[in-house]
Design a binder for this molecule. Structure first.
Ligand code: TYC
Length: 101
């Protein structure tokens, strides 16, 4: 047997951070019909009618409402899809994204 010590002297510590989440925010406007906003929330964010109505009314009354949080890609895709549904009908409906924390 050799006298050479071949045991590793460095310890590898694996650190994985959970992915940063991004909020999707619904912004109020004066033109998009309430029922249409509710329908978009149900379609894109899979909310119940009651949930979607509550989120829509919160944005209507306060100016904006957090819809949900997702990974960056998913948040941006959903915000674009929801904004485009309004644009396709000529409405200024707007969804934005921002990092959580
Ligand atoms: N304020 C709009 C109206 O009175 C309805 C509306 C609610 C639009 C929420 C956008 O994010 C919104 N018709």
């Amino acid at each position: 047997m050799s006298d050479i010590d071949t045991s590793p002297r460095t310890k590898v510590v694996l650190k994985t951070e959970p992915p940063r989440l991004y909020k999707v925010i619904l912004l109020n406007d004066d033109y998009t019909p309430r029922e249409f906003v509710t329908k978009v929330l149900m379609t894109v964010f899979r909310m119940s009618d009651a949930q979607a109505y509550r989120v829509m009314m919160t944005a209507h009354q306060l100016g904006a409402c957090v819809v949900a949080a997702f990974t960056k890609d998913v948040a941006e895709t959903k915000a674009t899809e929801a904004t485009d549904m309004g644009r396709s009908k000529g409405y200024p409906l707007m969804f934005s994204t921002e990092p959580e924390n």
